[in-house]
Ligand binder design. Structure first.
Ligand code: HEC
Length: 149
């Protein structure tokens, strides 16, 4: 994939508005296609935000880091709500529906680690920030191994 294409894609994704409903998302509210696209867009947002954050490790740009981390927290917090009953689709493993408890637990671990990043940024502790971001990033592969096809 060319760099220009990558930039275009990530720019587009940053502008896709995510219509987050205040109540629990169900399939009656949305078509399957829409909900699948939305949850993939959330993951793309998580990917671009976390890599931007990664690049700021060891910098003094605490305000920018905090802002990125807030975006990450928001995306990670809403992600699990985009897997209602009967919304099975290609990229998502059936384990999400057969072992919802572990899926929720992995999501919660991810959210907890992101909150730890916020704390470390507020303390302006570079070593802690670096450790916290690396701990957060370990969640990606742990969850993908079990829950992504
Ligand atoms: C709690 C589980 C979980 C965590 C944590 C997680 N992911 Fe994912 N991710 C998934 C699932 C499930 C899918 C499949 C989405 C689908 O097709 O429904 C996915 C898909 C993706 C995709 C593909 C999206 C697309 O457009 O097809 C990317 C990129 C991605 N994740 C990046 C990341 C990165 C980077 C992190 C860590 C910073 C991360 N994920 C953390 C569960 C997780």
């Amino acid at each position: 994939m060319g760099i220009f294409f990558k930039i275009t894609i990530s720019t587009l994704i940053s502008f896709i508005p995510l219509y987050v409903l205040a109540h629990k998302v169900t399939l009656e509210d949305k078509s399957l296609e829409k909900i699948v696209n939305e949850r993939m867009a959330i993951m793309q947002k998580i990917k671009s935000t976390s890599s931007k954050l990664y690049r700021l490790i060891n910098s003094d740009q605490y305000e920018e880091m905090l802002e990125l981390n807030e975006t990450l927290l928001h995306s990670a917090s809403e992600f699990k709500d985009f897997y209602p009953e009967n919304s099975q689709a290609e990229g998502a493993s059936d384990n999400i529906w057969s072992d919802r408890e572990t899926f929720n637990e992995y999501n919660q671990n991810f959210v907890d680690d992101i909150e730890m990043i916020s704390l470390s940024i507020e303390l302006e502790d570079k070593e802690m920030i670096s450790d916290a971001i690396k701990a957060m990033a370990a969640n990606c592969s742990t969850c993908h191994k079990k829950f992504r096809n």
